[in-house]
Design a protein around this ligand. Structure first.
Ligand SMILES: *Cc1c(COP(=O)(O)O)cnc(C)c1O
Length: 343
């Protein structure tokens, strides 16, 4: 099977799993007066991630959802407004903070421009007209097809938000992909954020875990919320160890995923019934299948018969995601099969 459903399907290799066996462990839920737990591996990971993002502190979370939602709840109270892009993962897919029965925060939305980057004029208008308490940004943007927000645009948004005393949270589930494509450091992108969440379980290939970074005071509040969300952990070094391994072994290779994605897109360009719908920048390719006469379900079922797994994206889209488990040959093979289906 060529599994292109997501970069979450990557399996940990032996070397990654072996780091768990030798990781020093302790009870992360027992904290000292400075908010450090007793698991040395978790503390190493949090220290390294704080340095990587240029923030004071970091907090290991079970999932990206937990990191994002802890951040939203740490920044805003129930009833307050969060300015988010209209199909941003933390709102559209996660929902928790915005559900009346859970977080009770309100959403106010902005759209993307022709380059699939946040529309500044609209953000400005909303900041001026509404009582916004937090601006959220997704980099890379999943539903836009893995498109990156440049450091310049991040800076513009950050300055605009701060002029209205509004902090900025970045959902950086794939922030390393963005940094690699843009040729900047993660730290450079993070200087225009007040908090940032990064996933180890996407292209970085760890089995689970995400990190939330920000000021000491913010992380202290997020830690309390994480516990309420069920994320108070014990020997969480078993999560932190593969994440540390991912940071030292799997960052640079993301470029291979981008390259494989680009090659696949090249093969699929200029077909009569299929259209590459996104500007391929990172590891996500979106096909517009509206002219095939097939539904997303039918299209995926057809691919499955050819040993390719893919999933639907919004309306008329099929998302192909390239990752550590997909070689160059597999990427080309998948592209050829999809191309020939069009004959
Ligand atoms: C996957 C993802 C998340 C959430 O991560 P989980 O670990 O699945 O909870 C958040 N934002 C984006 C953009 C994602 O792709």
């Amino acid at each position: 099977m060529i599994d292109l459903r997501s970069d979450t399907v990557t399996l940990p290799d032996t070397a990654m799993l072996e780091t768990i066996l030798s990781a020093p462990l302790g009870d992360d839920g027992r904290t000292d007066e400075c908010g450090w737990g007793e698991d040395p591996t978790v503390n190493s990971l949090e220290t390294i991630c704080a340095q990587l993002t240029g923030k004071e502190r970091a907090l290991l979370c079970v999932s990206g959802t937990m990191g994002n939602q802890a951040a939203l709840m740490a920044w805003c109270s129930p009833g307050e407004k969060i300015l988010a892009e209209h199909v941003q993962h933390l709102h559209y897919a996660e929902k928790t903070s915005f559900m009346d029965a859970f977080g009770g925060r309100k959403v106010c939305s902005y759209s993307l421009d022709e380059k699939m980057m946040p529309r500044i004029s609209e953000i400005q208008k909303k900041l001026e007209e509404e009582d916004i308490r937090l601006l959220t940004v997704e980099n890379t943007n999943n539903y836009a097809g893995g498109v990156c927000i440049t450091a310049e645009r991040m800076k513009e948004m950050y300055e605009l938000a701060h002029a209205h005393q509004v902090p900025v949270h970045v959902d950086g589930a794939r922030l390393f992909n963005a940094a690699i494509h843009l040729g900047v450091s993660v730290k450079e992108l993070c200087q225009y954020t007040d908090s940032v969440m990064i996933c180890f379980s996407k292209g970085l290939g760890a089995p689970l875990g995400s990190i939330l970074c920000g000021s000491s005071e913010f992380i202290q509040r997020a830690r309390v919320i994480r516990k309420r969300l069920g994320g108070g952990m014990r020997q969480a070094g078993i999560i932190a160890a593969p994440a540390l391994y991912a940071l030292s072994h799997n960052v640079k290779r993301l470029e291979e995923d981008h390259e494989n994605c680009r090659i696949c897109a090249e093969i699929l360009r200029d077909l009569p019934h299929l259209r590459v719908a996104n500007e391929v920048q990172t590891n996500i390719l979106v096909l517009d299948i509206s002219k095939t006469g097939l539904s997303q379900k039918e299209f995926c079922r057809y691919l499955r018969k050819q040993n390719i797994l893919a999933g639907p994206l919004l309306k008329n889209g099929i998302r192909l995601v390239f990752h550590k488990g997909i070689s160059r040959d597999m990427a080309v093979e998948a592209a050829e099969i999809i191309k020939n289906m069009d004959d």
